[in-house]
Design a protein around this ligand. Structure first.
Ligand code: HEC
Length: 241
């Protein structure tokens, strides 16, 4: 601030006066409010825990930066228990600094199969100027295909065969297949129109509540237990080379 003020005072008098007023204003009101924390990326991060015990990626990284080129002190106020941050506070500067949070294997090993979405909350600034930045991160814990096979036999095989259409379409290769495209099966218009490729997330939504994902599809089904859904999905993946 001082450096700027000196340069302006060296200019003609009225500019000097103007600069002095602006400088005083900046010192009293503007200065602290201008500092902002940027956390990138903005989009959600995903960790995947496979059945054979590998978590990938093994860590998530964020870049922290002070947007106005000054320094800003940040604190990581909350984060999921399945991540271990290398630091929970620090000073962000003009240049991007990386914050790494690694997968907490011991905790992840104890989790049932399912989707776990949590947010990281960074806080910065003081008093009235305190702010928050949130970033979502999802952990997908893969299910067990053997258990999934038993569940499939018990809950799905009345309508679905692996290779033949029954009242429901054949299910072989369904993971990675486009919805509503089973050969020779008369699909609903709703599912055809939906037309997305089946993968972890939409299969999980589909099995949780088919009508919520695709209104007016011809399968009416709700499977409440997230671990059971993940086990079935693991089986569907297994039979889809
Ligand atoms: C009462 C019969 C019935 C049961 C039980 C049933 N389904 Fe279905 N399923 C259907 C029908 C009918 C469709 C076709 C929906 C459409 O075209 O709108 C379908 C479609 C699907 C699709 C989409 C297929 C594609 O080609 O896009 C998947 C995946 C699926 N079922 C999985 C399952 C699983 C897994 C279970 C057991 C947890 C199950 N279904 C239980 C009748 C059933």
């Amino acid at each position: 601030m001082q450096r700027f003020a000196c340069r302006f005072f060296a200019a003609p008098f009225r500019f000097g006066m103007l600069a002095a007023v602006l400088a005083a204003f900046a010192l009293t009101a503007g200065e602290a409010a201008a500092v902002d924390l940027s956390v990138s990326p903005k989009n959600e991060k995903t960790l995947y825990r496979s059945e054979d015990g590998k978590t990938s990626p093994a860590a998530v990284k964020y870049a922290l930066k002070a947007t106005d080129g000054k320094k800003v002190r940040w604190t990581l106020k909350s984060y999921p228990v399945w991540l271990v941050p290398e630091a929970t506070s620090g000073r962000a500067k003009k240049k991007k600094a990386k914050l790494r949070l690694s997968a907490n294997i011991a905790v992840i090993d104890g989790l049932a199969p399912g989707f776990y979405t949590k947010s990281l909350t960074f806080t910065y600034g003081k008093g009235k100027k305190a702010r928050k930045v949130r970033r979502n991160v999802t952990l997908i814990v893969e299910g067990n295909a053997t258990e999934g096979r038993d569940l499939f036999m018990a809950k799905c095989s009345g309508c679905h065969d692996l290779y033949q259409n029954k009242s429901g379409p054949y299910i072989f290769n369904v993971y990675g297949r486009r919805a509503g495209t089973a050969n020779g099966f008369d699909h609903s218009d709703a599912l055809r129109k939906y037309g997305k490729v089946w993968e972890e997330e939409n299969l999980n939504d589909w099995l949780a509540n088919t009508q919520k994902l695709v209104k007016n599809a011809n399968m009416y089904f709700r499977l409440k237990d997230p671990a059971e859904r993940m086990n079935i999905i693991a089986y569907l993946k297994d039979i889809s080379p």
